[in-house]
Design a protein around this ligand. Structure first.
Ligand SMILES: Nc1nc2c(ncn2[C@@H]2O[C@H](COP(=O)(O)OP(=O)(O)OP(=O)(O)O)[C@@H](O)[C@H]2O)c(=O)[nH]1
Ligand SMILES: [Mg+2]
Length: 353
């Protein structure tokens, strides 16, 4: 019997324990074998494909954004004429159209004005470097990357319906494995039909075990079992999928709070990372979602998905500016390799290329 059954025996913990696959301890090997039984036949070909996908550049995924409003911004900055009020107005309009957001646009323009003044910049094209600099500065953050410094790290992946949580988990599992981590996935979306199978399919692609229970079961219990499975196999990362939920639905948000609370009891200090997934195509609405989620669970970072599907990648600036949270990765497509650690300088440089 695992000794943690005797700790913290409050109602929530007991409830989660009882809903685990025990009575008897988790048969982690069986769970893992089940998950891996679905592994694809041609693993070598898949690995090669993954490698190619990972190499697929951020450049190509940003084509829509670059071709959209940012191409006009770039065009504006190629002019050799003097900086006038008209220039600032035109820039403001273009930034807002690119979804940068009114407040963020104003702050960016203010920063540019100061630079122009301080450095005695006279023409628009001369201001381009300063502007790129300011934009990258807006996106920069000290807490880059994921904090995975515990022997076992629990990551919760949260967000509204359809933003790309499950897909991102598959991509991130692949990425982390390539960085030398050992990952176990927890099928914590027990709510939506086929969500468990979807995560299992991603687990097979990423070649990582998936711990799953029956549809409709308690997500906290799945996470309990996944932690036990990770401990038994010496894995250092558990990544838990969660059901998509509208940020306006109180009960569903409460459930998320409970998941985090129960996790902390099972693995004190966890969840170590709570990653909020935001869909770039949701525009300014993504900001509203983020505010609700951060009030419910201790979100530690953001992953912005579907950057490849929007011409308004400017939302990244508003997200970074209005939420005091680091953007850790960006999703750039639907395939396994379509995830990139977020690099502000590179992102901005790509927009202006
Ligand atoms: N183009 C593009 N599509 C993406 C990206 N990430 C996810 N998707 C697609 O978005 C859709 C939803 O992805 P899921 O991973 O199922 O989203 P989810 O948040 O888990 O959805 P629920 O579990 O229903 O809440 C799928 O069709 C994915 O292929 C991305 O970066 N780019
Ligand atoms: Mg999902």
């Amino acid at each position: 019997m695992l000794n943690w059954f005797r700790r913290d025996r409050d109602a929530e913990t007991v409830e989660a324990e009882e809903a685990t696959t025990q009575g008897a301890p988790v048969d982690v090997d069986e769970l893992a074998e089940e998950a891996l039984a679905a592994a694809p036949e041609d693993e070598l070909a898949l690995e090669e494909q993954e490698e190619e996908e990972r190499e697929a550049s951020l450049e190509s995924s940003l084509e829509k954004t670059r071709g959209g409003f940012f191409s006009h911004i770039k065009g504006l900055f190629s002019r050799g004429s003097e900086i006038t009020e008209d220039f600032y107005e035109e820039l403001e309009e273009l930034l807002i159209q690119a979804d940068v957001g009114v407040m963020t646009t104003q702050r960016l323009i203010e920063a540019l004005r100061e630079r122009v003044e301080a450095e005695g910049i006279r023409t628009i094209d001369e201001a381009r470097e300063a502007f790129q600099d300011e934009m990258a500065g807006f996106l920069a953050d000290e807490q880059v990357g994921l904090k995975l410094d515990h022997p076992l790290n629990l990551m919760l992946v949260v967000g509204v319906n359809g933003v790309g949580k499950t897909t991102t988990i598959g991509k991130l599992a692949t990425y982390l494995q390539s960085e030398g981590h050992q990952v176990v996935l927890a099928a914590g979306d027990t709510f939506r039909a086929a969500a468990i199978e979807q995560l299992q399919a991603w687990g097979a692609r990423a070649n990582v075990p998936v711990v799953a229970h029956q549809p409709g079961s308690d997500p906290s219990a799945v996470i309990f079992d996944a932690i036990a499975s990770a401990e038994a196999r010496g894995a250092d990362v558990v990544m838990a999928d969660t059901a998509g939920r509208l940020h306006t639905k109180f009960n569903l948000m409460e459930e998320l709070r409970k998941i985090a609370r129960v996790a902390d009891k099972r693995l004190p200090g966890s969840p170590h990372e709570v990653l909020l997934i935001l869909d770039a195509t949701n525009g300014q609405n993504a900001l509203m979602q983020a505010k609700q989620f951060t009030e419910t669970v201790p979100v530690t970072g953001l992953i912005v998905t579907k950057l490849d599907s929007t011409s308004k990648g400017g939302i990244i600036f508003a997200i970074r500016d209005e939420l005091d949270l680091p953007i850790k990765f960006v999703g750039t497509g639907e395939k396994l390799g379509d995830l990139a650690p977020f690099d502000p300088d590179r992102f901005v440089a790509t927009l202006f290329e």
